[in-house]
Design a protein around this ligand. Structure first.
Ligand code: CAA
Length: 379
């Protein structure tokens, strides 16, 4: 396996780190507290190419590989996981889906602005009754001449209230189960597409997750992504790639929490010496560093497999599963290393702890990742 980052990857990492430290870090805690959407930072990320990292330059992207994409999401999330998920959704859940399944017309119309940061995307699969069981879609799309009429409610649409274009999953033929699901590229700026609420969440609060409703929403047939009935396959394929992004996000959260704990353990003195000199603390930091390294290797390997056109479903699920559980574990321990200071909003680790939890849930819970991996093993 040859998935070690190259010199170019390290140059990119430094550029993203500089941006995240200089532009993201100073306002991260404040934006989190206020649930403030980082409009200026999203604009800058677009200008820097962070919203279309692996999209070919022909379609407005940076034309880099998936390891670069993982590094971008990791470095953003090391400082602010909200920035990480905003970028991740646009990159892999939206741009990747259009580049892979879209017509030339759809790529020109939607992908170019999305990948170059001139517009923002969201992906809409979850519903009140369709979480892990993604195939049980209730949002209907009924053909009417050259249009489809869409009705239904979608939950947990990350970027929803700031997105211009959404990849929306609907059911066009309920009798066919998952083979009756159809995807569309919808424009959010029509009155029949409504934001019902922005969730007040535990973590990643500066990234918005919305409930959205479609009320007799008319979409022209040329905006259908793929054929009728191909939507479930499209959603699953998109999520395979998206899971590499969430693995990168979890990795960044774990790295940020670990660095904060390490720094604190070196300067905090109790019983006349820095607490890192206690074996209990030193060993905790050693375990953090080891698990983070393993997460990084899994994440880059999944990205490398995708770059090399190899099967990466199992690798992406393993990376997402392991990195997200590492993020949660590391952030929990990072608070413990900080003692009661870790419980205060004066320190960043409580935010990493709150942000880590979602990585075990969205784009497939840890239980779904284990299901995917075990099914792949059984093949
Ligand atoms: N990649 C490609 N195709 C896949 C696939 C995958 N990972 N998993 C399943 N498929 C295909 C199967 O091959 C099958 O195809 P055929 O029609 O040709 O037979 C079809 O999909 C149905 O597969 P299953 O019978 O396995 O479907 P299922 O209903 O038993 O279970 C599941 C599938 C894996 C549980 C799936 O529902 C799943 O992944 N659930 C989790 C949903 C999820 O990740 N939601 C995230 C929401 S988006 C989000 O979180 C965004 C955000 O905010 C950041």
């Amino acid at each position: 396996m040859h998935f070690a980052p190259t010199e170019d990857h390290e140059i990119l990492r430094q550029a993203v780190r500089d941006f995240a430290e200089k532009e993201g870090k100073p306002t991260a805690a404040e934006r989190d507290e206020a649930m403030e959407w980082p409009a200026n930072l999203v604009k800058k990320m677009g200008e820097l190419g962070f919203l279309g990292v692996a999209v070919s330059d022909e379609y407005g992207g940076a034309g880099l590989d998936y390891i670069s994409y993982a590094i971008v999401i990791e470095e953003l999330s090391r400082v602010d996981a909200s920035l990480g998920v905003i970028a991740s959704v646009n990159n892999s859940l939206v741009c990747y889906g259009i580049e892979k399944f879209g017509t030339e017309e759809q790529k020109r119309e939607f992908l170019v602005p999305l990948a170059s940061g001139r517009s923002l995307g969201a992906f809409s699969l979850s519903e009140p009754g369709a979480g892990s069981d993604a195939a049980s879609q209730k949002t209907t799309a009924v053909r009417d001449g050259d249009e489809y009429v869409i009705n239904g409610t979608k939950n947990w649409v990350t970027n929803g209230d700031h997105a211009d274009t959404i990849i929306l999953m609907t059911i066009t033929d309920p009798s066919k189960g998952h083979r009756g699901i159809t995807a569309f590229l919808v424009d959010t700026h029509l009155p029949e597409c409504k934001i019902m609420k922005v969730e007040n969440k535990l973590g990643i609060r500066s990234a918005h997750s919305c409930q959205m409703a479609y009320d007799n929403y008319r979409v022209p047939a040329w905006r259908r992504l793929g054929a009728e009935g191909e939507g479930f396959k499209i959603a699953m394929t998109i999520l395979n790639a998206g899971r590499i992004g969430i693995a990168g996000q979890a990795l960044g959260i774990a790295q940020g929490a670990y660095e904060a704990a390490l720094e604190y353990a070196k300067i905090r003195e109790q019983f006349g010496k820095p607490i890192i000199e206690n074996q209990a603390i030193g060993f905790t930091l050693a375990d953090m560093a080891t698990r983070i390294k393993a997460s990084r290797l899994l994440t880059y390997e999944a990205a490398w497999r995708k770059d090399n056109h190899m099967d990466f479903i199992e690798a992406a699920s393993m990376a997402k599963l392991y990195a997200s559980e590492t993020a949660m574990w590391t952030a929990t321990k990072a608070i413990q290393v900080h003692g009661s200071n870790g419980y205060s909003k004066e320190y960043p680790v409580e935010r990493f702890f709150r942000d880590a939890k979602i990585t075990e849930i969205y784009e497939g819970t840890s239980e779904i990742q284990r299901l995917v991996i075990s099914r792949e093993l059984a093949k």
